[in-house]
Design a protein around this ligand. Structure first.
Ligand code: URA
Length: 263
């Protein structure tokens, strides 16, 4: 195979290893992007190209999680965290995303809503929950007397998985320190987990959302604070399954009751 075709093939293999399963927009990743993403393993430093699939796995390794943990340590504000996450190179999802999407709303709020990952609109705009799910979330908030100035809204992942595929366990593990840091900085009294991915990732369990929803649980933040947690259906699920809206309404009323008790 001549050099040009070999490079094209390597680039394609790189896209596949990075989880790309659709094309969108005009931007392209180039071989030099690929080389920036590949970790500096002994092999590629010594001149032997690392295989893309191996590299993608390496990016999601314990070392990447530790790196994410380490760089979060001294962070003192959401703005500082945003910069840190934008500069973080340990998760290949970043290279397929247009924007790094950190939280939206009020970083001093008592209540924090956590979803799964940015979708296409969120990736385009760079803001959490602005698409159809976000519009439904805004309506649900309004129904219990809340708006975005009274809560903080974010996701388990700051980057959109290509084609809205489900995030892998490794991608969640690498991104979780960023979410945990947001929780530590916002210091919410209450967390509402939107959907199973958010609930399972933060609570470290694998129960279905139908079992988790409807009861108060507890999450211990990285600074030791105990935070009351409620899980509920994700707005995207409610758009597909409107018959479950009554249960979602009941969960939002549970939250409203707690907020009222505190005021
Ligand atoms: N779904 C999510 O989980 N988060 C968003 O920001 C948008 C859609």
């Amino acid at each position: 195979m001549d050099k040009e075709n070999l490079n094209l093939r390597e680039t394609l293999e790189f896209y596949i290893a990075a989880g790309v399963d659709e094309t969108c927009g005009d931007g392209v990743l180039t071989l030099s992007d690929r080389d920036k993403i590949l970790p500096q393993t002994k092999e590629n430093i010594s001149g032997t190209a690392a295989r893309p699939a191996t590299s993608a796995l390496a990016l999601s390794s314990a070392a990447a999680v530790k790196n994410a943990d380490d760089i979060c340590r001294g962070v003192g504000s959401i703005d500082e965290l945003r910069q840190i996450v934008e500069n973080f190179d340990g998760c290949s999802l970043k290279y397929n995303a247009k924007h790094t999407v950190i939280g939206d709303g009020n970083p001093a709020a008592d209540v924090m809503f956590i979803g799964e990952a940015p979708g296409a609109e969120e990736d385009m705009v760079g803001k959490a929950f602005v698409g159809r799910s976000g519009q439904l979330l805004d309506k649900m908030l309004a129904a219990v007397g809340l708006d975005r100035s009274q809560c903080y809204i974010c996701n388990i992942l700051p980057w959109r998985p290509p084609g809205n595929r489900s995030p892998s366990d490794a991608e969640i593990a690498v991104c979780l320190p960023f979410l945990k840091k947001q929780i530590e900085l916002v210091k919410p009294e209450y967390i509402f987990l939107l959907g199973a991915v958010a609930a399972n990732s933060l609570l470290g369990c694998s129960e279905g959302i139908s079992h988790l929803r409807g009861r108060w649980m507890e999450y211990e933040a990285t600074d030791g604070r105990k935070i009351k947690v409620l899980a509920g259906y994700h707005p995207a699920y409610l758009l597909r399954t409107p018959a479950q809206k009554a249960k979602a309404w009941a969960d939002f009323l549970r939250l409203k009751k707690k907020l009222n008790e505190n005021n």
